[in-house]
Design a protein around this ligand. Structure first.
Ligand SMILES: Cc1cc2nc3c(=O)[nH]c(=O)nc-3n(C[C@H](O)[C@H](O)[C@H](O)COP(=O)(O)OP(=O)(O)OC[C@H]3O[C@@H](n4cnc5c(N)ncnc54)[C@H](O)[C@@H]3O)c2cc1C
Length: 505
C-alpha cells in the first residue's frame, strides 16, 4: 500500500504548481525539484535580454573563444531547409542529429546572444538523473508506469551524455561518481524513506542505490553533520558550455551555419516563395521548410501558443572557493542534493576533477525572495542580470558553516569564500516535463520547457525529436509518453491553469 498524498495532489492538478510533496500527517515538505518555484500565472515573458546580463562562471572561463560570437557567413542566409532557434544544448544536439539524419539538408542555427549563453551556459553543471525522489510527484500526476519511465529515461540520458563525452574525449571537466541525497531533518528523512519504499513497491529499480538510514553513518558518508540518511548513486558534473561548444564545432565542420547575435522575432507563413515559413530576425528574414524551437524559457515570446505552458523564471547559482580546511585531500569528493527542512534543496557540484570550486544551485531558500520580487516586477521574468544576490548567498554560507565541520576553523583569506553568484532563466513547464513534438502547423517542431532539469533530459529528448521529424513514431524516441506535445495535453493544462496571462514585452 503506498502512503497517500494530500487531496490537492491526489486530485491530479497541474503539478507545475506543486513545489514539493507533503504528507497529511507531516508538517514538512520534501522538495523534489531542483528549484522551489511554483509555475507563475502572471509572468511577463520576452526575448533574451540583450544587455547587462550576468556572466556565469562557465562563460567567464571562455572569453577568448571565437565561438562566442561566431557567424558562419557574414550575412544571414536568405533560406535554409531547417532553422533551429537557440544554441543551448537542445539546439546544438538537434543540429547534430539533423546533420547525421540528413547530411545534404542545410541547417541554420539562430542565437539571440553569445553562443550557448542561455540556461545551458549558466546552470549548476550537474547531470543528476533522479532515481527515486520525484517518484511520488510523477506517480500522482501521470501514474506509476510513466513515473518509472521518467526515472529510467533520466538514467539513460545521463549514460548517453557520459558515453558521448568519453568516446569523443570532450574536454569539459566531466566527473562521474557518487551523488548523495541527504535529508537534513527527521521529518524530511521519513518522507524520503516513504517515497523510496513506494518507488520500490511500484517496481522501481534500486539495486544501484546505496542507502544509509542510520544518521551517524549518513553523516560519516556525506560529511554533513545533521545528515539523517544518505542515498547514493552515479551521476556527473561537467562544464556545460564546453560540452555544448564541442558538439557545435563538430556541427560547423559538417556544414551547419551558426548565426550568433541574431534574435528571431517572429515566424510567419511564406506566401511568396517555395518555402513554408519565414523567420523574421533583427538582421533580415530567412525562409525555411522546418523550424525547431530550441528556445526553452523564451519560447512563448516567439510563439504565443506556449503562453501559460512554458514560463521563464530567474534563478541563481553560487560559486564558492572552499577554505584550506576543505581543500586538497579534504576537498569534497561527491555531488549532492541536500534536502532541507521547509522544502529547500541545495544541489552541490564540487568540480572534483577540475578546479575544486563548489557550485551551489537548486532551490536555495533565499530564491523565494527573488521569486517574490519577480512577482512584483513581472516584467523582469527574463532578466538574467542578477549577480551576487545576498539573499541567496546567505543560505549557502549558513549551510556550509553549520554543516561542514571545520569550515570556519581558519580565518578565510582573499580569494577564498563566497566568491560570486549569477543568474539564468529556467523554463518552467506547466506540468513539470518538457514539450517534445510537432506543433499543429506542419514543419514547426519543439523541444523545450525542461523545467530546470535539462541536463538529465536533453541528451535523449533532442535525438528523439529528430526521429519524429524523420517520420518515425513516438515509440521510436524511447521517451516517456508524457513528454509528447499533444493537443490533449495542452487542453488539459489550459483548463488546469485557467487563462494564460503571460504578456510579452
Ligand atoms: C541557474 C540555473 C541552474 C541550473 N542548474 C541545472 C543543473 O544543475 N542541472 C540540470 O539538469 N539543469 C539545470 N538547469 C536547467 C538547464 O540548464 C536547462 O534545462 C538546459 O540547459 C536547457 O537547455 P536548452 O538548450 O533547452 O535551453 P537554453 O540553454 O536556455 O538555450 C536556449 C537558447 O535559445 C536562445 N533563444 C531563445 N529565444 C531566441 C530567439 N527568439 N532567437 C534566437 N535565439 C533565441 C537563447 O538565447 C538560448 O541561448 C539550470 C538552469 C539555470 C537557469
Amino acid at each position: 500500500m503506498t502512503k497517500s498524498l494530500p487531496a490537492a495532489a491526489a486530485a491530479g492538478r497541474a503539478i507545475g504548481n506543486e513545489t514539493g510533496v507533503t504528507f497529511p500527517d507531516a508538517t514538512t515538505i520534501l522538495n523534489v525539484e531542483e528549484y522551489g518555484s511554483a509555475f507563475p500565472q502572471d509572468v511577463t515573458t520576452g526575448f533574451p535580454k540583450q544587455n547587462g546580463q550576468s556572466l556565469s562562471y562557465w562563460l567567464q572561463q571562455v572569453r577568448c573563444d571565437p565561438l562566442l560570437d561566431h557567424r558562419s557567413t557574414p550575412k544571414l542566409p536568405k533560406e535554409s531547409d531547417t532553422v533551429v532557434i537557440g544554441s543551448g544544448i537542445t539546439g546544438t544536439l538537434v543540429t547534430k542529429h539533423h546533420l547525421e539524419t540528413w547530411p545534404d539538408k542545410s541547417v541554420v542555427v539562430l542565437e539571440a546572444r553569445e553562443f550557448c549563453s542561455g540556461a545551458t551556459g549558466r546552470n549548476a553543471g550537474h547531470c543528476k538523473p533522479d532515481q527515486w525522489r520525484h517518484f511520488a510527484k510523477y506517480e500522482k500526476a501521470f501514474g506509476p508506469e510513466q513515473a518509472l519511465k521518467i526515472q529510467q529515461n533520466e538514467k539513460d540520458t545521463w549514460a548517453a551524455l557520459v558515453a558521448y563525452v568519453q568516446e569523443n574525449k570532450v574536454d569539459c571537466d566531466l566527473w562521474v561518481g557518487d551523488t548523495l541525497d541527504v535529508p537534513l531533518d527527521e521529518e524530511v528523512a521519513d518522507m524520503a524513506k516513504t517515497i523510496f519504499e513506494n518507488y520500490q513497491k511500484a517496481g522501481g529499480k534500486t539495486d544501484h542505490i546505496r542507502v544509509a538510514q542510520d544518521p551517524a553513518e549518513a553523516a560519516k558518508i556525506s560529511r554533513i553533520k545533521s545528515a539523517k540518511a544518505c542515498y547514493s548513486w552515479k551521476a556527473s558534473t561537467l562544464q556545460p558550455w564546453k560540452l555544448t561548444a564541442h558538439i557545435m564545432r563538430e556541427n560547423l565542420e559538417k556544414g551547419a551555419n551558426l548565426q550568433t547575435y541574431t534574435c528571431a522575432r517572429s515566424v510567419k507563413a511564406d506566401g511568396t516563395s517555395k518555402r513554408r515559413w519565414i523567420v523574421q530576425t533583427d538582421r533580415g528574414d530567412i525562409a525555411c521548410d522546418t523550424i525547431v524551437y530550441a528556445s526553452n524559457a523564451y519560447t512563448s515570446a516567439l510563439d504565443p501558443s506556449f503562453k501559460g505552458l512554458i514560463s521563464p523564471k530567474p534563478h541563481m547559482c553560487n560559486k564558492v572557493i572552499p577554505p584550506r580546511t576543505w581543500s586538497g585531500t579534504k576537498a569534497l569528493q561527491n555531488s549532492y542534493g541536500v534536502l532541507l527542512p521547509g522544502g529547500g534543496l541545495f544541489s552541490i557540484n564540487p568540480r572534483c576533477t577540475a578546479d575544486g570550486a563548489i557550485m551551489f544551485g537548486g532551490s536555495n531558500p533565499g530564491q523565494k525572495e527573488l521569486d517574490r520580487w519577480v512577482e512584483q516586477h513581472p516584467e523582469q521574468g527574463v532578466d538574467d542580470s542578477f549577480a551576487k544576490l545576498e539573499s541567496v548567498t546567505k543560505h549557502v554560507r549558513e549551510f556550509v558553516e553549520a554543516e561542514f565541520e571545520g569550515w570556519k576553523d581558519v580565518p578565510s583569506g582573499p580569494g577564498e569564500g563566497f566568491d560570486y553568484s549569477w543568474s539564468g532563466i529556467i523554463a518552467l513547464s506547466a506540468d513539470g516535463v518538457p514539450f517534445v513534438g510537432e506543433l499543429p502547423e506542419p514543419g514547426k517542431w519543439i523541444c523545450a520547457g525542461h523545467h530546470g532539469h535539462g541536463m538529465a533530459r536533453i541528451f535523449t529528448a533532442a535525438p528523439g525529436l529528430v526521429k519524429l521529424m524523420n517520420g518515425e513514431p513516438w515509440s521510436a524516441t524511447g521517451l516517456p509518453d508524457v513528454y509528447q506535445l499533444t493537443e490533449e495535453r495542452v487542453q488539459k493544462l489550459r483548463k488546469a491553469s485557467q487563462a494564460a496571462k503571460v504578456a510579452i514585452v
